[in-house]
Design a protein around this ligand. Structure first.
Ligand code: SF4
Length: 197
């Protein structure tokens, strides 16, 4: 269960960052994949700067990568050159404009904010640190937390079951473990309490 929760947290953090990326890059006429290609080319060595390597690294088809490279070349963000020994091999490199663009758009502002907020805290598990990271990203993004009910500020423990302070309805043990669109994270309740597990 712990592994599944960790997986879900990673997925939610990724989704949130992707959605933030989509908004940011759309403003400059790019998609996240275009910036991912630029980011890869900025870090790979000269044996790995080919279209096939880009496809392998990003887990994309050659067709998708080819379209992305066309867009980036047309906009002047990358340059192509033939291999000196094997004319069939094409090498890719960032142009000065591509390097500048990458510096301007990475990293995402909300990621930097969230990282700063959690960097001074100590966590007892990966799950707790990911939960805190997700909460900070959601705060910075004004996104709904969709957290687990038992970690909500409106979650109240009664003798037999639980109560939602927002709706004033009773909650069962089963309800307490479900996620909710009205969830607001209780600051002192980042790690799930044992009673509701
Ligand atoms: S608002 Fe949603 S998450 Fe919060 S206690 Fe009520 S049902 Fe649970």
């Amino acid at each position: 269960m712990q592994d599944l929760n960790t997986f879900r947290l990673i997925e939610r953090i990724s989704n949130l960052l992707r959605s933030e990326e989509r908004k940011k890059y759309a403003a400059i006429g790019l998609q996240p994949v275009h910036v991912q290609v630029l980011d890869y080319l900025a870090t790979c060595n000269r044996f790995s700067d080919t279209p096939a390597s880009v496809a392998d690294y990003l887990g994309l088809t050659k067709g998708t990568v080819s379209q992305s490279l066309q867009v980036l070349e047309r906009k002047g963000y990358i340059e192509k050159c033939q291999d000196k020994l094997d004319g069939r091999v094409v090498h890719l490199a960032l142009s000065p404009a591509g390097t500048q663009l990458l510096n301007d758009v990475k990293p995402l502002d909300i990621f930097e904010q969230a990282q700063e907020a959690v960097s001074s805290k100590k966590f007892t598990s990966i799950e707790a640190s990911l939960s805190a990271m997700l909460a900070e990203l959601q705060k910075a993004n004004n996104a709904k937390s969709f957290g687990v009910c038992h970690s909500c500020v409106n979650f109240v423990r009664l003798q037999e079951n639980y109560l939602c302070n927002l709706t004033q309805l009773q909650l069962s043990q089963f309800d307490a473990k479900k996620i909710c669109r009205e969830h607001v994270l209780a600051e002192d309740n980042v790690v799930p309490p044992k009673q509701a597990d």
